[in-house]
Design a protein. Structure first.
Length: 318
């Protein structure tokens, strides 16, 4: 028996900013605002009243809320208890996921409903992850093993493996939100990715050689014709073989490589947009900006995380 199961290529990028845990006193409020990313909120204890585009929504302990980017909302703790919550802002460039997440302005999942899903398990794992990464303050840490026992000023520093875990749990939580939407679930079931025609071993080896050369072109000039000539192929043969194995044309694959690298540099480096443009081989910053907008749907200045208000006020809010 000789079985090959082909899974779709995955090249999407997940961006996470403003991830934090907070405890707020009675009477705390945050004014009407919006974010350019998706916002995920989990009510740890107490309750809070949201006004979302003029509509009132009460969030209680164990409830979840996912807000679409651009949705204006404000919050106020009008209960007699402290309000503690986990908050995370994220963005993902996969078009199918973005479409599913953008089906409604917000999605509220109650504690009762969430217990029929894996959300409580993922939140518990997220809590353990944050606790393991918490830096003690004045020699103190979370005495009873919960984030609510963390001293004021607690800071979290994630190692590389814990950063990967945070991304993984974020995607799993997003998946649960999508599953709660019957329309979203139907859309997922109906989307059957195309499976490339079976390639010979020789074609697979050639496609992998093309892929290596495409990666070398992220920061260097070059063309598909140059690669084809180097491998003694015609340009059409080069494109046909690569597409059969990888599922997309080599030019599109290179564009994705450059897009992912551009996003990494925008989020994780202090390089200016002009420097990033030059590093990626673009002739001008305007050409890079146009291409980035074409790839991602937004200009690079909008994709780059904005300076957090917390750096000035000492706290990060929803």
């Amino acid at each position: 028996m000789n079985i090959d199961v082909h899974f779709p290529n995955i090249t999407s990028t997940l961006q996470i900013v403003g991830c934090h845990f907070s405890v707020k006193p009675q009477g705390w409020s945050f004014p009407n605002h919006h974010h350019y990313l998706f916002e995920l909120l989990y009510c740890w204890s107490g309750s809070v009243t949201h006004m979302i585009n003029g509509r009132k929504l009460d969030l209680h302990a164990g409830d979840w809320l996912l807000l679409q980017s651009g949705v204006r909302h404000q919050m106020q703790n009008i209960s007699e208890e402290t309000y503690s919550f986990f908050n995370l802002h994220f963005d993902i460039d996969d078009p199918k996921l973005r479409k599913l997440l953008s089906g409604s302005k917000y999605r509220h999942i109650t504690k009762q409903d969430s217990e029929h899903s894996s959300l409580p398990l993922y939140m518990k794992e997220m809590e353990l992850l944050l606790l393991r990464s918490l830096l003690p303050v004045n020699g103190q840490s979370a005495a009873n093993g919960t984030l609510e026992a963390v001293p004021d000023g607690g800071r979290i520093e994630l190692t590389s493996d814990n950063q990967m875990a945070l991304q993984a749990y974020t995607l799993l939580i997003v998946r649960e939100f999508i599953r709660f939407s019957s329309a979203g679930a139907a859309a997922v079931q109906q989307s059957s990715p195309s499976i490339p025609n079976e390639a010979t071993q020789s074609e697979a080896d050639t496609a992998h050689a093309i892929e290596e050369k495409l990666r070398s072109m992220i920061f260097a000039s070059g063309s598909i014709s140059d690669i084809a000539e180097e491998l003694h192929l015609s340009r059409s043969q080069c494109s046909k073989i690569f597409t059969r194995v990888y599922g997309i044309p080599p030019r599109q694959y290179l564009s994705r490589l450059k897009l992912n690298k551009a996003k990494q540099l925008l989020v994780n480096s202090d390089m200016t947009i002009e420097e990033i443009s030059s590093r990626l081989g673009f002739g001008s910053i305007s050409h890079f900006s146009r291409q980035f907008r074409r790839w991602s749907g937004m200009p690079p200045t909008q994709f780059r995380p904005k300076p957090s208000i917390s750096k000035e006020s000492g706290e990060a809010e929803g």
